[in-house]
Design a protein around this ligand. Structure first.
Ligand code: 1HN
Length: 346
């Protein structure tokens, strides 16, 4: 294009922008890319870095003063947005003995993935108390009242996963505080598991929401499943042995916006190179290893968190027998027909 033409086009663009109009030809190639071009960066947060900072915050303010005493894991490629990926939020929360994080409800769906703590801490969801043990997954579905407490004698820390950026994208956020710090605890630990998660359902059960009626997926159970399946020695080259947390009433993802997974990699296993369109957040449960993401290598151990951006080739190397929890926006992408994976080698 000659200089004069280019100058005329540029002044044309400057002029129309004043009327809130933008020529598509200026932006088309950034709007519609031939493949995902994520601004999100592969990053790892060591538990050894985050934990002391949270304990320090524990001396500065109470859970009640903070409402939620959380350190957000912020993706360095999207600074200031409280996002770990373009669609997901992650944070690490601390509740000290005797504290209550007061009851509230909001449109955002959330889960807690327990990192540390002896039994005694709980999340209560719509009156059902779920006591927390390391590796447990506890759901707080959209619109459910939830409060946290700690009746034990040590700190409890967990990873919070929320769909905040998705709700923000739709401008669909509502929140309410309960009149009391604690919603009445009318049901005990395991109530929803007994009713809905044991291979039976109440005869007239009809789902009113697209979310699992089971509030806690205990690690003791998840681990048993993984190690039972391990006996057949059938490994997926890309995933080792990988399970998805499901809604037992329909077999779909436990929550509509948050897909959650648990996988086992035997000692010495190196997964085949893999990429998918759902950026994925990992929390290491057991073992040590490495994940190579593009040209970066991340060494990890228990309770570390790392994120693999969308459409980035990566593979894991297990130095010992490893159990990895992960979550992503896969159920949203699947329902929209957007999800893709590439099990290719590179
Ligand atoms: C929330 O409700 C919790 O209930 C944790 O523990 C983190 C981040 C943003 C908005 C709501 C919780 C949150 C949150």
């Amino acid at each position: 294009m000659d200089d004069l033409k280019s100058k005329n086009l540029s002044s044309y663009s400057d002029r129309v922008i004043k009327d809130n109009i933008r020529p598509l030809w200026d932006v088309l190639s950034t709007l519609v890319t031939p493949e995902p071009k994520s601004c999100c960066e592969a990053t790892l947060w060591r538990y050894d870095t985050v934990r002391p900072l949270l304990i320090e915050a524990g001396n500065l303010l109470t859970a009640k003063e903070a409402e939620r005493r959380v350190l957000i894991l912020e993706n360095p490629g999207i600074p200031g947005e409280s996002k770990i990926t373009t669609s997901l939020y992650a944070g690490i929360q601390l509740v000290l003995p005797g504290e209550i994080a007061p009851a509230h409800k909001h449109s955002q769906s959330a889960f807690r993935f327990v990192l540390e703590g002896k039994k005694g801490a709980y999340t209560a969801v719509n009156g059902e108390k779920s006591y927390m043990e390391v590796g447990d997954l506890i759901l707080t579905p959209s619109g459910t009242w939830h409060d946290h407490g700690n009746e034990g004698d040590g700190p409890v820390l967990w990873l919070d996963g929320l769909d905040i950026p998705i709700v923000q994208f739709f401008d669909a956020s509502f929140m309410e505080h309960h009149s009391e710090d604690e919603h009445p605890h009318t049901k005990g630990d395991g109530d929803s598991m007994a009713r809905y998660g044991s291979g039976m359902l109440p005869i007239d059960y009809e789902a009113e929401v697209p979310t699992s009626p089971v509030m806690k997926y205990p690690y003791s159970r998840t681990r048993k499943i993984l190690f039972k399946m391990k006996e057949t020695n059938e490994w997926d080259p890309c995933h080792g042995l990988k399970l998805m947390y499901v809604n037992p009433s329909d077999g779909k993802s436990a929550m509509p916006t948050l897909g959650a997974f648990m996988q086992l990699l035997p000692s010495g296993f190196e997964t085949a190179s893999y990429r998918s369109t759902d950026a994925t957040v990992y929390s290491v449960v057991e073992g040590t290893g490495q994940t190579k993401i593009g040209n970066k290598t991340f060494e990890w151990g228990p309770k570390d968190t790392f994120v693999v951006p969308s459409w980035h080739y990566h593979h894991h190397i297990a130095n010992s027998e490893c159990v990895l929890f992960s979550y992503s926006d896969r159920p949203v992408q699947k329902v929209l027909g957007l999800w893709r994976e590439d099990r290719g080698n590179r």
